[in-house]
Design a protein around this ligand. Structure first.
Ligand code: FES
Length: 122
């Protein structure tokens, strides 16, 4: 409830002090995090003709995609079914393919294929 009382004098233009809404206060560390995130390059992948742009977050590529609402197909999450295979169109900060990816994808790796459940964003 606002108990503020206005008098005739307070309504004279220029006398009514309205405090502008202040911007949220960011600490130096949180400002640095915001700066770093704004400069990160998106990871762009393709699966079954659909293209996805994923904001890089440390962890599995599949987890990052799913947490950002991307409808990536997957099944086992263990690197055995191959359902999560994607083509990486732009992938800065991705780990090198692991043994499971080499076993499952074989020579497709050289064409940019990765298993989203195995590829790590580092
Ligand atoms: S979900 Fe099965 S290999 Fe990735």
């Amino acid at each position: 409830m606002n108990n503020r009382v206005f008098t005739v004098g307070s309504l004279i233009p220029g006398r009514l002090m309205v405090k502008p809404a202040s911007a949220p206060i960011l600490t130096e560390k949180s400002q640095q995090v915001v700066r770093e995130k704004s400069h990160q390059v998106e990871i762009i992948i393709e699966q079954n003709g659909s293209r996805f742009e994923i904001h890089p977050v440390k962890g599995k590529l599949l987890d990052a995609a799913l947490s950002q609402g991307m409808a990536i197909q997957y099944k086992c999450r263990k690197g055995t079914c191959g359902q999560c295979a994607v083509t990486v169109l732009q992938g800065p900060g991705l780990s090198k393919p692991n043994e499971r990816e080499f076993e499952k994808l074989k020579n497709k790796i050289s064409n940019g294929y990765r298993l989203a459940c195995q590829a790590e964003i580092v």
